[in-house]
Design a binder for this molecule. Sequence first.
Ligand code: HEC
Ligand code: HEC
Ligand code: HEC
Length: 447
Amino acid sequence: MYRARAILALLFVSVLTTNAGGVGIAEATDANRPDQIRPVTTVTSTDDAALIARGDYLAKAADCAGCHTAPKGGAPFAGGLGMASPFGTIVSSNITPDAQYGIGAYSYHDFARTLRGGVARGGKHLYPAMPYPSYSKITDDDMRALYAYFMHGIQPVHTQPPATELPFPFNQRWVLAFWNLAFAPNNVYEPRHGRDAQWNRGAYLVQALGHCGACHTPRGPAFEERAYTENADVYLTGGVNDHWFAPNLTSDPGSGLGRVPAEHIGSFLKNGHGGGLVTFGSMVQVVEDSTQYMSDADLNAIARYLKSLPAQRQSGTYEPRSLRARQGVDAMRTGAVQRPGAGIFLSFCAKCHQADGTGKPLKYPRLAGNPAVLAADPTSLIRLLVEGGQSPETAGGPPCEKMPAFNKKLTSEEMARVLTFVRNTWGNNAAPVTTHQVTALRDGIHK
Ligand code: HEC
Ligand code: HEC
Ligand code: HEC
C-alpha cells in the first residue's frame, strides 16, 4: 500500500518537470590496481590522533560500517551492501578515502554536505536509505572528527561497488531535491532547555548519530520518517523496514519500554541481552556493529532519554497476576492445555523458552511479558519463526544462541496459531496473528 502511494507521490513530482536528467553512476573499470592504493596519511600530532580516535567512536555510534560494508567479508567501508527500499534495492557507496572510487577527493565541506543534506560531491542526490535526515543534526565538532577519521583513520580500498539500478521514475535522483525540501530536517541538534546534559546527550545520540528513528519511527507515503524528534507523538512508536517491525520505544507498558528498566535497556544495547529480552532481527546488526561499542555513559544517556518518552500508540498488555494467566501457567506445567497452539508450543518451543514462558537467562529470551512479543505489528515475530535467528555476538556478551527456522516444520496456519498462543498466554494479551498475515509475509520474503 505504501509502495503504491510512494510511486504516486514521486510520479506526480516527476511529471511536473520533464527531462531534468538523472545523474549517472560512473562506469566500473578495472579494480584493485596497486598503483592506485594510497597509503594512509601519517598522523604526527597527538591532537590529530585524538580527533581520529573520536571520529572512530562516532562512526561506530552512527553505524557507518553496518551499511557501507558488503556482507560475507566485504572490506570495511568499501560499500556494496544492497538495501531493500520501497523503490528497489539501493547499493551503498565506497566511503574509504580512495580518490577514484571512494571519498578521498571530498573536502570537509563536501563531506558535511553529504552527511547533512544527502548531496554527494559533484551534486548527486542520495536516496534516503542513507540516513542523512538524522545526520543533519550532527554537530560541527563531531562532523570534523568523523571527517578526520574517514580521511586518515582507514585504508583506501580501490574497488567500485555495483551501481544502484532503480526503475523509472525512481532512477531520477533530482526528484530527491523536492523530497528533501518537503521532508528532511536540516538543523544541527539544539539542546533542549529544561533538560539536563545527560538527557540531551541521549536525545542527540538517538536522533542524530544512532538514527534509531530510521527503523523505529513509522514512515509516511513517500518513505519519509513521520517525525524526527519527541515533539511529535508518532516519534519512535514503531515501524516496518525491510520486513522487520522495530517496536515502540515509548513508555507504553504493553508493547513499549514502559516495563523495561533503564539498566536493562542499557545492557540490551551493550550485549543484546537485557532482563530476559534478546535482540533479534535487524536489531542484531545494530548491536553488533554499533551500540556494543558505546560507552556506558552514552548507553545510560540513551536509556534515560527513551524512558522519558511518554507512552504513545499503546497496544498489548501484560497481566501476569490475572486468574487467566495463573490458570494458563498451571495448565502448561501439567500439560493439560487444550488451546490451539499449545501443543505446538510444547513440542517445538518449550525446550528453550520453557513451558512457563520465562526462557533461560542469557540464552533464550523470555516470551512472557516480552514487549516485542506484544508488538502491535507481528511482522518480526513471523519472520523470525520462518527464518530462525541468531542472538548477537558481542565482545562482552554471552555466546550466541540459535533460534531454529520453522518454515519446513510448521505450516503457515500452525505458525499463526503458535504465535497467537504465545501472545495470549502467561498474562500476555495481544491481537491474534492470522494465517493471512503469515502467508503475506512469506510471500514478501520469498520463503
Ligand atoms: C542505513 C544505512 C546507512 C548508514 C548507517 C550510513 N550510510 Fe552512507 N550511504 C548509504 C547508502 C545506501 C548510500 C548510497 C545512496 C545512493 O546511492 O543514493 C550512502 C552514501 C554515502 C555517501 C556518498 C558517497 C558517494 O559519493 O556516493 C557518503 C559520503 C556516506 N554515505 C557516508 C556515510 C557515513 C560517514 C556514515 C556514518 C556517519 C554513513 N554513510 C552511514 C547508507 C548508509
Ligand atoms: C535497522 C533497523 C533498526 C535500527 C537502526 C535500530 N533498531 Fe532497535 N530494533 C529493531 C528491531 C527490528 C527490533 C525488534 C527486535 C528486538 O527486540 O531485538 C528492535 C528492538 C529494539 C529494542 C527492544 C524493544 C523491545 O520492546 O523489546 C530497543 C530498546 C531498541 N531496539 C533500541 C534501539 C536504539 C536505541 C536504536 C538507535 C541507537 C535502535 N534501536 C536502532 C530495529 C532497529
Ligand atoms: C533451540 C532453542 C529455541 C527453540 C526450539 C525456539 N526458540 Fe525462539 N528463540 C531462541 C533464541 C536463541 C532466540 C533469540 C533469537 C535471536 O536473537 O535472533 C529466540 C527468540 C524468539 C522470539 C523473540 C523474542 C526475543 O525477545 O528475542 C520469539 C517470539 C520466539 N523465539 C518464539 C519461538 C517459538 C514460537 C518457538 C517454537 C515454534 C521457538 N521460539 C523455538 C531459541 C529457541
